[in-house]
Design a protein around this ligand. Sequence first.
Ligand code: IPE
Ligand code: IPE
Ligand code: MG
Length: 259
Amino acid sequence: MAERKYASSTRDIPEVSAVPRHIAIIMDGNGRWARKRYMPRVAGHARGLESVRAVVKACVERGVEYLTLFAFSSENWRRPQDEVSFLMQLFMKALRKEVARLDHNEIRLRVIGDMTRFDPELVRIIRESEEKTAGNTKLTLCIAANYGGRWDIANAVSELMRSQPERRDGFSEDEIADALSMSFAPEPDLFIRTGGEKRISNFLLWQLAYTEFYFTDALWPDFDADALDQAIESYRSRERRFGRTSDQLVERSAQERHA
Ligand code: IPE
Ligand code: IPE
Ligand code: MG
């Protein structure tokens, strides 16, 4: 259940800051990056890990508080068996290798997704890494693995029904939000998808209600700190209205200036 409660974009108006507080990324295009170089698709995944390192570092430097990365979707099991096992191995290796460094840089690691299908050894490493970094406050790096937005919502509602079988009136938005796997974080301010596709692919369906979307043709292994800055720059130029009119926003900022 919830560790902390954050403003919900449909029920309150969240604070808007120049640097997005929470960035969520669909890291797409690894396979195409490799194919362009006549390499096997998995070489693109290995190379994509370097972009992860660069983007994590850049987020820390820019004061981003939460970074959520889509590493493996609940639909990615449909890929060839070899590629799926490579991705699982890569995830395990990366955790083993990087956790000390994450901890040293005061980064808290969280993993969201359905862990029931994972190798028990992988689950153990995930839990251990989360515990080791639990007290860190510089950046929360959230990895979505075997994650699906529909799974998350169905899981949240099922959990609520299990814990409160007497409830007959249904559950509120806030109750559902608190039961989702990312209840520890505010909703993402900025969503980035690399690789040129313009779709959500069952990522954070609930949490993206009022997120600003940014799509780039850059393939994930080519995405770096400069590319991140371009996305943040685009984010800064948006007017986040949350249902209100543009005039209301102007009025509000005038009131704030005089307060
Ligand atoms: C994204 O890259 C990484 C994962 C889905 C794990 P892809 O592997 O989807 O790369 P493309 O889209 O085939 O180029
Ligand atoms: C989305 O990428 C999932 C991840 C990046 C982990 P996909 O490459 O699997 O998405 P689709 O299938 O093209 O929508
Ligand atoms: Mg893809």
